[in-house]
Design a binder for this molecule. Structure first.
Ligand code: SF4
Length: 366
């Protein structure tokens, strides 16, 4: 009499799925598990006498999968390192104790050490910059407390001994459970930025000083932008533009942003002079019945121009202007006279040479 199966086909097939056998074709009955058939093995598993790991086919499959995963992981790590090496900013990653896990090529270059030589070492073991080491320790400690990113500026020496201003960006990375697992540092060379910042600071101070000197100057000055809005001017300019404008200047503390067109009739001179990088122009103009001398200069092409103005109706200005213009005329006339005298002198000399040669010819004929 045939022995009745303890388990239904459905139960057996379900148990077979534990060893990744899903179809009849996959039941190869190799006997590697110590049972004659896969179904006997499934029945033993249901009895609690066998475990899935006893199936040699499944074990092989798992090993192959693990090998594949390992290969993928290696390739991924290689790719990650390649990506990090492609980043131009130096990057260092340390474990939670501050020991180096790895770095990129830019970090090797800036620190003068190889990644293999720093692995497992704390910064103080391979760097000779005590201040930077101490700063790194402090930042690490604060990151563990705050768990936020920190940016600090400091100075380091590159392998050639040059001082570098750097911006250290440091953050924490976590493990799967979200607990801090280490630190990532990215270093930015900000030496040229610091230099530019200093230059801008000096330029700003100089500009502020110049403007404050100009403001105290009794000569009227104004600076206008490309849209003919006033960037800056002094009270002498406001006075020259009339009592109403002068009052606005006094009450508002200046005319910044005011439309130059509303107070100065020859605004097109500003537009014209700022069309050239280093354009200048000097002209007599009339504004609200006043005769003015204006000297314009381009500050920034199509963006800003400045002007100095003087009231030619004032006796002191008029006398000085007359003197200056007379001197200019005399100078120009003198140059013309000098040129004429030179030409005359040259002609005389030429004539003398011609006459000498004629005389010489006549003497030879005689
Ligand atoms: S080792 Fe796996 S495939 Fe081979 S007979 Fe046992 S259960 Fe079936």
């Amino acid at each position: 009499m045939e022995k009745k199966n303890k388990y239904t086909d459905k139960q057996i097939e379900q148990a077979l799925t534990y060893v990744e056998i899903f179809t009849k074709k996959e039941e190869i009955d190799c006997g590697g598990c110590g049972y004659a058939t896969c179904r006997e093995f499934a029945s033993a598993m249901l009895d609690g006498k066998a475990r899935p790991s006893q199936c040699v086919v499944l074990s092989k499959k798992i090993i192959e999968k693990l090998k594949k995963k390992e290969k993928e992981l290696r390739e991924s790590l290689f790719l990650n390192q390649e990506i990090l090496d492609a980043v131009p900013a130096p990057i260092l990653y340390e474990d939670i104790d501050g020991k180096a896990i790895g770095c990129n090529r830019a970090y090797e270059e800036v620190s003068g050490v190889k990644r293999l030589d720093i692995k497992g070492k704390k910064l103080e073991q391979y760097s000779n910059n005590k201040d930077y080491d101490a700063l790194n320790e402090t930042v690490n400690a604060s990151l563990l407390k705050t768990r936020t990113r920190r940016i600090v500026e400091t100075v380091i020496k590159d392998p050639q001994g040059r001082m570098m201003n750097i911006e250290l960006h440091k953050g924490i990375f976590t493990d799967r459970s979200g607990e801090p697992a280490g630190f990532v540092s990215v270093i930015f060379d900000i030496t040229s930025r610091i230099e530019t910042r200093k230059q801008i600071e000096t330029a700003r101070n100089t500009a502020e000083l110049s403007v404050s000197l100009l403001k105290k100057n009794p000569t009227a000055f104004v600076i206008a932008d490309g849209g003919l809005k006033i960037v800056d001017c002094n009270q002498a300019f406001a006075e020259l533009m009339g009592s109403e404008i002068n009052e606005i200047y006094t009450t508002s503390g200046g005319l910044k942003g005011a439309d130059l067109r509303t107070m100065f009739e020859s605004c097109e001179l500003f537009t014209s002079v700022m069309q050239n990088e280093d354009g200048t122009l000097s002209k007599d103009v009339e504004n609200k019945g006043k005769k003015l001398k204006i000297t314009l200069f381009s500050i920034d092409k199509n963006k800003a121009a400045g002007a100095i103005l003087s009231d030619l109706t004032l006796p002191s200005v008029r006398n000085a202007e007359v003197k200056e213009r007379a001197a200019q005329v005399i100078k120009e006339n003198l140059e013309t006279v000098q040129k004429i005298a030179y030409l005359l002198g040259e002609n005389a000399s030429k004539t003398e040479n011609v006459l000498s040669s004629v005389i010489k010819l006549f003497s030879e004929d005689e």
